[in-house]
Design a protein around this ligand. Structure first.
Ligand code: XUL
Ligand code: CO
Length: 438
């Protein structure tokens, strides 16, 4: 095994004043925040596909970054070189988890049996690396969107034969995830959606997707998978309408089909904004449904209407994210950098800069979210805002001990209600700014 990133030894915390491009300015892994270390609060993961596979191709142009790692692309030697490079990279950054799709790990063959044999080999190789480094698997998934046979969907396909291939990939990806001790298993519905109702039976397709998920749960539990299954909501791209539009839609789907005991949500920042929500909104909806599982940590671009997967740099958004996570008592999953360098950021150094930026952004978010909670003014305001439900008729409403007639009688007695009080949004926003920039 060679050394792939010889320009850096170990990325260390040097503090906000450091000008070293290969040092953390805010991520201080052993620093205690609200009773836990930063490292415990922020289980960061590398996304195999963006960091080790994606080489900057887009619809208009070829690769700009060299991800060959000294091997011939499309070979098992290349797959192994990626593992070596990936583990060296994670060790140098102190990243403790990784996430993968089946076909990120090995070249996909036309014959699924050949691909599966390759997966057996590569997961043996990865297991050894995991043992020697202590790096763990956050979650695995099956890529059921790239292969042309999934053009009409995977669980939502019109073809029973293609459905078998979707099932086969889920089965094998679960085998790999369990073999690697993954904390979770993700379903991102890449082609699970539609373009026109002229050729689509939504109900039929939803039933088939749910059936595939149910079979995955039964199989996963039978081979000892004790972690969470996740749906990763996204409203569009590649499909016009995607079934897992947002957290509320996915939560309703899971309940309707009886999957809520085994599934949580993997909330991605860029998917939230594509759905017309804030990242914080999606996290809150997941949390109040008891389904806040894991996070795909990235950032979109408000001027672009697609999934740009930037490395996150927006401290405000990261702060509100961590505020939700802290309030929800943490994640069962982690923070997966489903993020890629911009196409012209094409050097191995840029890959380090992306992760340093992302990890520092979330570290700052954690520090600032903890300060908002310790400061207490936002929480105090919120409690006061609903205070009329704490006693009298309000408390009876909350306890469900009152009828519509009694409420109407109360209104008649009052003739008109007292003013409900100011929402104080600007006051609250200025508190957040004063904490962010002190
Ligand atoms: C696509 C996306 C995926 C999932 C895993 O937008 O986010 O990379 O995270 O399939
Ligand atoms: Co994602």
């Amino acid at each position: 095994m060679g050394i792939y990133f010889d320009f850096v030894d170990k990325v260390r915390f040097e503090g906000p004043g450091s000008k070293n491009p290969f040092a953390f300015k805010f991520y201080d892994r052993d620093r205690a925040v609200l009773g836990k270390t930063m490292r415990e609060h922020l289980p960061f993961a590398l996304a195999w596909w963006h960091s080790l596979v994606n080489s900057g191709t887009d619809m208009f142009g070829a690769a700009t970054a060299d991800k060959s790692f000294g091997a011939v692309p499309g070979t098992m030697e290349h797959a192994c070189a990626r593992v070596d490079a990936g583990f060296e990279f994670m060790q140098k950054l102190g990243i403790e988890y990784f996430c993968f799709h089946d076909v990120d790990l090995v070249p996909e063959d036309d014959d699924i049996n050949v691909t599966n044999a390759r997966l057996d080999r590569i997961t043996d190789y990865i297991s050894k690396k995991m043992k020697s480094t202590g790096i763990k698997c956050l979650w695995g998934t099956a890529n059921m969107f790239s292969n042309p046979h999934f053009m009409n969907g995977a669980g939502s396909t019109n073809s029973a034969a293609v459905y078998c291939f979707a099932a086969a990939q889920v089965k094998k990806a679960l085998d790999c995830t369990v073999k690697l001790g993954g904390r979770g298993y993700v379903f991102w519905g890449g082609r699970e959606g539609y373009e026109t109702l002229l050729n689509t039976d939504i109900q039929f397709e939803l039933e088939n997707i749910a059936a595939l998920m149910k079979m995955a749960v039964v199989y996963g539990r039978s081979i000892g998978f004790t972690g969470d299954f996740y749906i990763e909501p996204k409203p569009k791209e590649p499909m016009k309408h995607q079934y897992d539009f947002d957290a509320a839609t996915a939560a309703a789907f899971l309940r309707y089909y009886g999957l809520e005991k085994d599934f949580k949500l993997n909330i991605e920042a860029n998917h939230a904004t594509l759905a017309g929500h804030t990242f914080q909104h999606e996290l809150r909806i997941a949390a109040i449904n008891g389904m806040l599982g894991s996070i795909d940590a990235n950032q979109g671009d408000t001027l672009l209407g697609w999934d740009t997967d930037h490395f996150p740099f927006d401290v405000y958004e990261a702060t509100m994210c961590l505020y939700e996570v802290l309030k929800a008592g943490g994640l069962t999953g982690g923070f997966n950098f489903d993020a890629k360098n911009r196409r012209p950021s094409c050097t191995p150094e840029d890959l380090f800069h992306g992760f340093i930026l992302g990890m520092d952004t979330f570290a700052l978010g954690l520090l600032k979210a903890a300060e908002i909670i310790e400061d207490g003014r936002v929480d105090t305001f919120l409690k006061k805002r609903y205070a009329s439900f704490e006693s009298g008729i309000g408390a009876r409403i909350r306890r469900g001990e009152i009828t519509l007639e009694e409420l109407a009688a109360e209104a008649a007695k009052l003739k008109e209600p007292p003013p409900p009080g100011s929402g104080c949004q600007e006051y609250l926003e200025s508190i957040i700014n004063s904490i962010l920039f002190r």
